[in-house]
Design a protein around this ligand. Structure first.
Ligand code: PLP
Length: 461
């Protein structure tokens, strides 16, 4: 049962539902099937409602938050910038935070021996917009060379790249995509290297390489028609936290090179330390031609996206013609407040030695995940650094999923909320993606609540 809301919370809830239309929500379900949490403030890894009830933000508020809510150093950087320059048009003008952030991102970006590094930064103001930028750049680059036939994108089955029509076209989550399909550019989908699909006796690496074979065939079949391949390195997050062996990324890089196709790494969710390295591409030792960043870029404080591109890509737009320039823009492109927040975020990575601390947190998360994973309805507990996912099934194996009508994931969500933990399952996949400021005691509590929530949610099955 849900805890009874206090007066303040129910007051805000009523006012909210009178006027707001919430994202990614069937509004009919509020508030009876799906509780609505009015949050008054954030404190580190916790959210606090108007009645003082605390919830552990185990999903980092849609994977954006890195160091906890209301992080003082980020708050101070934003406040300082707001008193100096809150915004300026970035076409024809420049400002220090945009320049400094670009320099530092390029310095930190993945490198690959023998390959020219990422050399230019184009800003946008959210992840989907960043994906649109990368797709348009790749397509336009070939147009500028007179290769008009390269109109297609290759994307992975089960991938996710955002909700705008261009980003949705390269995404493969039917729930989000199906209804808009008539509006979408046609992408070519290839099998995911998702290690969930391993054959009996096969290694995860072999599974990844099997998927890469299908990519090779597809590239061959569409020779000369493809401008870019887009993928989420290491973890397909919105698709259910599906993880793959880095061998796929190495092979995809080779194949894209062999076919003269750009590789776009969408590190919007996996970047900034989520999978153990600063960027997930590093685990494969590869560098992409275009890399999309957002979500954690500002530590979860302000919307911002950055698209990193190679010099060769950039050079393909230098011309006498304005039409051959990349005339894409957003009013808030490179907003100084957001850039200042991103710079503060990079400072914290250095000052707090975040990646090193994350390694020990991830070890603890792995131990705890093994315990939760022993539940009879958990078919798999999997981990990539600071991401852990639990696949709930009826038989506790891969073969028999729960009847979707039971909404086991939603039941687990409610059961965890009752116990002060905010999870937001993807269907029947539960996952942890906590802010990096959690301590071990909080992780222990998270594991206990997750186990209890799974027990309560599956009691009906
Ligand atoms: C969230 C996400 C996006 C879209 O970013 P928004 O800021 O929500 O538009 C794109 N790609 C991936 C991998 C994401 O996880």
């Amino acid at each position: 049962m849900l805890a009874e809301p206090g007066d303040a919370a129910s007051h805000w809830r009523d006012r909210d539902l009178a006027v707001l239309w919430h994202p990614c929500t069937q509004m009919r379900e509020h508030p009876h099937t799906l509780p609505l949490l009015p949050i008054a403030r954030g404190e580190g890894a916790f959210l606090v409602d108007h009645d003082g009830r605390r919830y552990l933000d185990a999903i980092s508020s849609w994977w954006t938050n890195l160091f906890g809510h209301a992080e003082p150093r980020i708050a101070e950087a934003i406040a300082r910038q707001a008193r100096t320059l809150e915004h300026v048009i970035l076409a024809g003008c420049s400002h220090m935070p945009a320049v400094e952030l670009a320099e530092r991102l390029l310095d930190l970006a993945p490198r690959q021996p023998g390959r020219a590094p990422l050399a230019k930064v184009f800003y946008a103001d959210n992840g989907s917009a960043g994906v649109e930028v990368a797709l348009k750049m790749a397509f336009h680059w070939f147009r500028n060379r007179g290769e008009d036939g390269r109109t297609r994108f290759i994307a992975l089955e089960g991938g996710y790249h955002g909700e705008t029509l261009g980003a949705l076209a390269v995404g493969d989550i039917p729930l989000y995509r199906r209804v808009y399909a008539p509006l979408l550019a046609e992408a070519v989908f290839v099998p995911s290297p998702d290690a969930w699909n391993v054959h009996a006796g096969e290694s995860e690496e072999a599974c990844a390489l099997r998927a890469a074979e299908a990519l090779a065939t597809t590239l061959e079949r569409h020779r000369g028609e493809v401008c870019a391949m887009i993928l989420e390195p290491r973890v397909q997050c919105a698709g259910g936290m599906r993880m793959h062996h880095p061998a796929y990324l190495r092979r995809a890089r080779e194949l894209c090179d062999a076919h003269g196709v750009f590789l776009i790494a969408d590190e919007i969710a996996v970047g900034f330390g989520r999978t153990g390295t600063l960027f997930a591409c590093e685990q494969a030792g590869i560098a992409p031609d275009l890399m999309c960043l957002s979500k954690g870029l500002t530590g979860g404080s302000l919307p911002l996206a950055a698209v990193l591109a190679t010099q060769a890509l950039y050079d393909g737009f230098l011309d006498e013609s304005r039409e051959r320039a990349f005339l894409h823009s957003h009013s808030y492109t490179g907003n100084p407040l957001a850039c200042a927040a991103a710079l503060a975020t990079l400072d914290i990575f250095e000052a707090d030695d975040v990646l090193v601390r994350n390694r020990s947190l991830a070890t603890r998360m792995g131990e705890l995940a093994a315990g939760v994973g022993s539940h009879r309805h958990v078919a798999q507990a999997r981990q990539a650094g600071m991401i852990v996912a639990f696949e709930l099934t009826r038989d506790g194996q891969r073969d028999v999923p729960f009847d979707p009508g039971l909404r086991i994931g939603l039941r687990a969500y409610r059961a965890a909320l009752d116990r002060g933990v905010l999870l937001r399952p993807l269907g029947d996949t539960l996952y942890w993606m906590p802010p990096y400021c959690v301590d071990e005691a909080t992780l222990d509590h998270l594991a206990q609540v997750t186990a209890d929530a799974i027990e309560e949610a599956t009691a009906c099955a």
